[in-house]
Every structure is written in C-alpha cells, then in structure tokens.
Design a protein around this ligand. Structure first.
Ligand code: OGA
Ligand code: MN
Length: 212
C-alpha cells in the first residue's frame, strides 16, 4: 500500500540511467514521513554513536572527516519496519528495471548537530572490490540513498549536500535537506559532502548492496 508506484520507479530508473543520480521530493508517503519524525524525536540521544564505531562499516571515516552521529535502522518498530519495507519495494522495482542485482539495504539515522559536517568522500570504491576482499562491506555498496527529515528547512540554514562530478572538482548540484526529499545516486561515482548547518540536521542514509 505504501510502496513506490510504477511511475515513480520508472522516473528513478530513467534518471539513474541518464544522470547516475536523482532527487525525488514526494517519493516517501507523508504518513510514513510523519511517523519516522515522531520515532526519531522519541529516540534517546544515547542510541546515537559516532560514525564508524560499532558495526565498522565506515572504515574510511575519521573524526576530522565527519562529525555526525548515527543509529542503525532495524525493523523493531512500526515506522522503521515500514520504511525498510518501502526501500525493499524500491530495491525490487529497480532490480526489475536496471538489472543491478541489488541484494539488500542497510541504513542508519544520521544526526548532525549544528555545525557538524561530512567532508568530501565517496561511499564505495570499485578498486576495493577487486583488490581486497576484506573491504567487502564497504565496496559492495551500489546505490546510496539519503532521506531528509527536517521540517521547515530554510535556504539560509545551510547543511546542503553537495554532489560533485565523477572527476571530483565541479559541483553538480547543491541539495537542501528538506523534509521528504530523497537523493539516490551511484555510490562509486559521485564524490559528495555535507556542509555545516546553523541548526541540527537529520536524515536516513542508506545503501543498496550486492553480495560479492
Ligand atoms: C553519508 C552521506 C549525505 C547527507 O552518510 O555517507 O554522504 O546529505 N550523507 O546526509
Ligand atoms: Mn556519503
């Protein structure tokens, strides 16, 4: 009932083919967004950990690179279960259209206090997949997704996601982290960064992965 519809899936698939990324504003249903916001507000700040600690999936991350705190999503509560179900439908819909062979999805809430940042990086490295099996967790990320959970975000609040061209220098797009906006991009292709904001900035960052 909540799943992305065929037109939305077509639009995402076409944009990924043509540009390698897409910004969607009304993909996730409003009631799901609202319940994710309520869930997020109810989470104790203790559950948020510095990125890179715990599940060790952020091997390239150091404190001077990013200053957000994260909390991994699980299907233990209704809102997160519904969101993961929505992303599962997205995974299947994109596999049907793009033959990406995506096998699963991992995601975490990310909380950036005012002034926090994530310096320019890429989410996956193709070389690692070929050269070093031990880096498998990181290198099997194919598609990155970020869903923003910030009500009434203003243009002068900062906190933009900057997407760079694959070559790494030219800015491709600056994206404000507005409630309900979802950015999807090829993990290996686009260097990106999060600029500091004047207020706290919340999101769900996630990755569709393959099993090799
Ligand atoms: C990440 C990331 C972007 C954003 O978590 O890897 O790049 O806009 N997030 O929050
Ligand atoms: Mn990233």
């Amino acid at each position: 009932m909540n799943d992305p519809d065929e037109n939305q899936l077509d639009a995402i698939a076409n944009a990924l083919i043509e540009c390698g990324y897409v910004v969607m504003d009304k993909l996730v249903p409003e009631d799901l967004l609202k319940s994710l916001l309520t869930h997020l507000n109810g989470l104790h700040c203790d559950v948020f950990k510095p990125a890179g600690v715990g599940r060790q999936t952020d091997f390239h991350v150091q404190e001077n690179v990013r200053s957000d705190k994260i909390h991994w999503l699980e299907s233990d509560k209704q809102p997160t279960a519904e969101f993961l179900q929505f992303m599962e439908a997205l995974r299947i819909g994109l596999n049907r259209r793009l033959f990406l062979g995506l096998t699963d999805y991992e995601s975490h809430f990310a909380h950036y206090p005012a002034g926090a940042f994530y310096k320019k990086h890429v989410d996956a490295f193709r070389e690692n997949r070929e050269r070093n099996q031990s880096l498998e967790i990181q290198s099997n990320r194919v598609l990155s997704t970020v869903l923003y959970l910030n009500e009434n975000w203003q243009a002068d609040s900062g906190g933009e996601l900057i997407l760079y061209r694959a070559t790494g220098e030219q800015v491709l797009e600056k994206i404000l982290p507005e409630l309900g906006r979802m950015v999807i991009f090829l993990s290996e292709k686009f260097p990106h960064e999060v600029l500091p904001a004047t207020r706290e900035r919340n999101s769900i960052a996630g990755w569709f992965r393959v099993n090799h």
